[in-house]
Ligand binder design. Sequence first.
Ligand code: 5RP
Length: 225
Amino acid sequence: MIEDMKKMAGEKAAEYVKDGMVIGLGTGSTVYYTILKLGDMVKDGLDIIGIPTSKETENLARNLGIKVGTLTEYPEIDLTIDGADEIDPELNLIKGGGGALLREKIVAYASKKEIIVADERKIVEKLGERFYLPVEVIPFSEGVVFRKLDDMGLNPKVRMKDGGKYITDNGNMIIDCHTGPIKDPKNLEKELNMIPGVVENGLFIGLADMAIVGTKKKIKVLKGV
Ligand code: 5RP
């Protein structure tokens, strides 16, 4: 059922992709369906350049025959399609459950339009109410950043994988903050990035233009303010 919702939303977003566009390719299990669909469209003659937000997405795109470029070659992206862990009523997001938040935020920043694809579980009133907030950190700074996040009352936990610390595509670590509902996400986004050693955090404020949400019955399209 959840998988049907993801597929519906993911495939719908592919309709916004037009010939000749540079497309930011997000990371995760929902945008996966968008990328599969784009692979089919490319086989039918669609000509696009994909800018992947992770090594995983890059491999998927290449295997499907989608041309892949870099931000150095294409610093301006026409449209990015990506997933999210939480979406609030203003289309502010928490992202980074899949660990790709840094490249996802750079790509979102470089994009003229950002469409989010998700299933209905991702819709929240306040960011932080269901999901944790990922913070990408340079390993050298782990102890200092962890202590600061703890002092801020953000309940930090170092992300682990296969018995070791999780390492991102950029060679960094992730500290997940179990914040609870966040009162002022805009301010927290800035405050976190001011801590030396923090590379980026998973609050995406004012970056999404539209969300395509798969529900039990149909697709809901939410527009930004
Ligand atoms: C990866 C992300 C993903 O977009 C987010 O975790 C949503 O993934 P999914 O569609 O698998 O639920 O931010 O860093």
